[in-house]
Design a protein around this ligand. Structure first.
Ligand SMILES: [Zn+2]
Length: 247
């Protein structure tokens, strides 16, 4: 007889209430991937209030072998990332991350890797100012594209194959193209190319240094880069991400 009780460390990505009033949480774990679990108990139940998005905890579940549902029995909190709720840019960025993970089924099933990346992003976001939140989200999305094998090469023109001199994105070529080749978007500024190089070569934590550098300069817009990365993330999710549309 299979063991009906499970426990594993999980990040809560989403909590929603079913039409019948039950709460359903969506969990991301290295071991079990993305799973939904019912949380029973009224609105004042302590388990129900603990089972909120962006809480990282050891989740204890009961698996009903007949009805094929999971019930959350308990949570032992490991980290709450409570700072996320203090500002809109932090919470919004975290919400984009959660939606992307759900919509791409954990970046195509790379659960341990995407969990680690998500936890590191939430840690950075939980005390980030607006600039750091923006860079952390962009870096996270870029790295997720890498996990999914959907990251365009930032060093080579996807049209002529030469090293990139100028750099603009071309949807037709599904990558970056040089000045000599046709691209549709605005060219990447030197600052955007610096950011992209850091996202590509360094950990998420490099965003702290980049945000510090950005504060000292005027031309630190990431509008073009943001457009490209949002486009690619939504392509990976095979449709519009509601959180990105709401920015
Ligand atoms: Zn070219």
């Amino acid at each position: 007889m299979p063991n009906r009780n499970q426990s594993f460390a999980a990040l809560i990505l989403r909590a929603k209430d079913s039409p019948s009033g039950d709460r359903i949480v969506t969990l991301l774990s290295a071991e079990e991937g993305i799973v939904d679990a019912f949380v029973f108990g009224g609105a004042r139940s302590s388990l129900r209030s603990a089972a909120s998005p962006f809480v990282y905890a050891t989740a204890f579940l009961y698996v009903d072998p007949v009805k094929h549902y999971r019930k959350l029995s308990d949570l032992a909190i490991l980290e709450t990332f409570s700072g996320l709720r203090e500002t809109y840019p932090r919470l919004w960025s975290a919400s984009v991350i959660a939606e992307l993970v759900i919509r791409t089924s954990g970046c195509g099933g790379e659960y341990a890797e995407v969990l680690d990346l998500s936890l590191r992003a939430l840690k950075l976001l939980s005390d980030a100012d607006e600039r750091l939140a923006e860079l952390t989200l962009l870096s996270y999305l870029w790295k997720s594209l890498g996990v999914m094998g959907l990251q365009p090469d930032p060093g080579t023109c996807s049209s002529c194959g030469r090293p990139l001199s100028g750099m603009r994105f071309s949807a037709a070529h599904e990558g970056f193209v040089c000045d000599a080749c046709d691209g549709e978007g605005a060219p990447m500024s030197p600052w955007e190319r610096r950011c992209l190089a850091a996202f590509n070569e360094e950990g998420l934590e490099a965003c702290v240094r980049l945000a510090g550098e950005a504060r000292g300069q005027d031309a630190a817009s990431t509008a073009s880069l943001k457009g490209v990365i949002y486009y690619l993330a939504q392509k990976a999710a095979e449709g519009t991400l509601a959180t990105l549309a709401a920015e």
